[in-house]
Design a protein around this ligand. Sequence first.
Ligand code: MN
Ligand code: MN
Length: 460
Amino acid sequence: MERKNAWETYDAKETAALEAVCARYRAYLDASKTERECAQETVRLAESAGYRDINALLRAGERPAPGAKLYSVTMKKSVLLFLLGEKPLEEGLNIVGAHIDSPRLDVKQNPLYEDGGMAYLDTHYYGGIKKYQWVALPLALHGVVAKKDGTCVTIAVGEKEDDPVFTISDLLIHLAQDQMEKKASVVIEGEELNLIVGGKPLQGAEKDKVKAGVLALLKERYGVEEEDFLSAEMEVVPAGRCRELGFDRSMLLGYGHDDRVCAFAQVEAMFGLDAVPQRTCCCVLADKEEVGSVGATGMQSRFFENALAELMVLCGETGEIRLRRALRNSRMLSCDVSAGFDPNFASVFEKKNAAYLGKGVCFNKFTGRRGKSGSNDANAEFIGRLRRVMDDANVHFQTAELGRVDVGGGGTIAYICALYGMEVIDSGVPVLSMHAPWEIVNKADVYEAAKAYRAFLLNA
Ligand code: MN
Ligand code: MN
């Protein structure tokens, strides 16, 4: 059951296609350092691909025809794309779903303080991170400040060549005798993740002069005052762009591959569909997966079900039972990254059932932990169908488990969508250094994922 490395099969034409896809991916990732930015970039691309806001049709009571391209955004953080098929929605949709939030540090609501002649922003980390990985590297600040008057200021600092960056200091090795003896989980503790944002006192200020200097700059550049942090969402992310990795440029080093690489492969597949499909195609980009898919923009919310209900009414397919049937008759790929086999840490993998970089998109029949606990365990019949769809489209795919039995585990949005009774399986791009500030993917897997999702949308 050895799977081939996809690169070995590419001719010049396919290599060129792969490079084009990956160039688009790098641009998408660079424009998407937060879930808000990712949603915005997706809508921008959707509109240029001819997608229209479903609300415009709802307001006009306009009935969409097969081939109609629609999008729906929830709170600027989750996005749905629909390409209407020939068949009634009641017969089910082909859905690909990824998440667009990534592990990061969120700025607290009362964050700004001064200590030791420096100004800091206090943070609370988001998602599963190794806290020690987030010190002593250049960081950027991205987010919004919602003001009392209803306006919203967008802030993004640290990405442009001449932008300043921010950082969190680490303890110098000379004085780290005690720190070096600590467990990795407490080498850097949550309350030590304080972002350095200033070091120059404001002349003429009474006290906390460095903090006053930072506040003066915020006021001048953004019209933001200290109290405005109360209603801000500022995210601290690694500064810089996604880069090609290796002498052969075969891989990509970037922040947020989990799970924007699957989000990208989905939209790449969606926007590449030119003919009217039989079954309606749907792309779900959900927020909050890294913290349990909770909240109004997470997969556990009803935003997807509600949008589908609206779409069905627009299409004249009214009634609760039709919505239930549409959901039950749907087929879905829950597209999320998988742990790639890492030779440096071979002991946590079981080699026959590991995902390898370069061997294509990975299907995980189940995730979960300790006896598949908490996992969506996809049906054999559904996997059989997928094998045919993938083979017919010459997609390189592999199957894997998330590490050796009992060494850990993880989850995705698959189990939530399975609640509707639809067929769903996890599928994604293998990643190294998952949840680290800089994650690694292989270009071939990005390309194969886009191919796989296209084949699934058209033929599942
Ligand atoms: Mn993920
Ligand atoms: Mn994750």
